[in-house]
Ligand binder design. Structure first.
Ligand SMILES: Nc1ncnc2c1ncn2[C@@H]1O[C@H](COP(=O)(O)OP(=O)(O)O)[C@@H](O)[C@H]1O
Ligand SMILES: [Mg+2]
Length: 359
């Protein structure tokens, strides 16, 4: 997929905007508060149906206006998609080529990877972000994953509800544990297979970037899978779980583990080194999706320069250019990599301050 153009009406600080994008490198430049993140947010929202920074789409309607519209033309069989939101009413989405397309089908056909300064807490924060990354990858590379994942989560919720009941029904518990085990084993097997490819791809970037660091990366399934099946584990942890009121083992507790020797990587690596490791993992995920799906990923990278020093930035940009994805970077000024390094592919620069003349 390639985004050819973006049109906005009453979105965040923009009254009206029309922007033609380059199929490869795009750079959004402008001072603080001019709407760089808002442009990335608009592209994210029109595909994902949600914002990455606001809890609901009503926040994205320009002050005092009744609704916003986003329209994008695509170089893709879906041709064009749009999204509009009026406060207190249902979000409206449309797709030119497929009138009643479901959100899941649209998102699956248009893979988008969003990298923001928050992404760089992937190692130091709890496992939620790492699990989200795995789920995003799996959603795009394994067609059956999402429905198995949904069924696993539903069974998990049922088990949790039962173990919190005053008098849990053991037969019902056994039934939901069986379902958890059936779906949980499938998604874990798929996750293990793809995480191995993800971590191999990440290591291929990290080794030359950080040649003196012995980083080990591992996928943890959420229970000791080499010792016990998920069903056995759920049976043996049932008494403990009844006491605690939640399910302590299973794929919902999975994680990606980054270690240097015996220590967690975030306690050893400098902030800059962590950023390189995280960039490598995120780019490896994008590469896997592009290779497997034979389709370009839309890579949205907010505030790229502030997150990386010039040496690291150069390493990361070279890897991004190898990707051949459609990329949109945002930065406060035209970064030096665009002016000084001739080896860089040309970026189409969009100056946001230029379109902020009163309308
Ligand atoms: N709903 C809204 N209506 C009008 N202006 C908004 C709305 N939401 C945010 N803004 C303004 O839009 C601008 C967009 O900010 P942002 O995209 O974060 O800028 P940048 O990333 O360039 O620093 C800010 O000046 C913000 O105050
Ligand atoms: Mg911003």
């Amino acid at each position: 997929m390639v985004i050819e153009s973006l049109d906005l009406q009453d979105f965040r600080n923009f009254s009206q905007l029309s922007w033609g994008l380059a199929p490869e490198g795009n750079l959004i430049v402008g001072p603080n508060g001019c709407g760089k993140t808002a442009l990335l947010e608009a592209l994210y929202a029109v595909i994902m149906g949600k914002s990455f920074r606001a809890p609901n789409l009503s926040h994205l309607i320009k002050d005092t206006r009744p609704q916003f519209h986003i329209h994008t033309k695509l170089h893709h069989p879906l041709k064009a998609i749009g999204l509009s939101k009026k406060a207190h009413t249902k979000t409206k989405r449309y797709c030119l080529a497929e009138e009643n397309i479901s959100s899941v089908s649209l998102i699956r056909q248009l893979p988008v990877q969003m990298i923001s300064p928050e992404s760089f807490s992937l190692l130091s924060d709890g496992p939620t972000q790492r699990r989200r990354l795995m789920d995003w990858l799996m959603f795009h590379v394994e067609p059956t994953y999402f429905s198995h994942w949904q069924k696993y989560n539903r069974s998990l919720q049922q088990r949790n509800a039962l173990i919190q009941a005053v008098a849990p029904d053991n037969d019902l518990l056994s039934m939901w544990e069986q379902k958890m085990a059936d779906y949980g084993e499938v998604i874990t097997q798929q996750r293990q297979q793809w995480s191995q490819q993800l971590l191999t791809g990440a290591a291929a970037l990290i080794t030359p970037w950080l040649p003196t660091i012995q980083l080990s990366m591992e996928y943890l399934p959420g229970w000791k899978r080499e010792e016990k099946s998920l069903l056995d584990v759920l049976k043996t942890t049932r008494i403990k779980d009844l006491h605690l009121g939640y399910t302590t083992a299973g794929p919902h507790r999975s994680d990606l583990l980054f270690k240097i020797g015996k220590q967690a990587a975030q306690y050893v690596l400098s902030r800059g080194q962590q950023k390189l490791v995280i960039s490598a993992v995120l780019l490896a995920a994008t590469t896997l999706i592009q290779t497997h799906r034979e389709s370009k990923v839309l890579l949205l990278w907010d505030d790229i320069v502030s997150e990386l020093d010039s040496y690291n930035l150069d390493l990361v940009l070279s890897a991004v250019e190898q990707l051949n994805a459609q990329t949109l970077f945002s930065a406060i000024d035209i970064p030096s990599f665009c002016v000084s390094a001739n080896k860089r592919a040309p970026y189409k620069v969009f100056h946001v301050e230029h379109i902020l003349a009163p309308v």
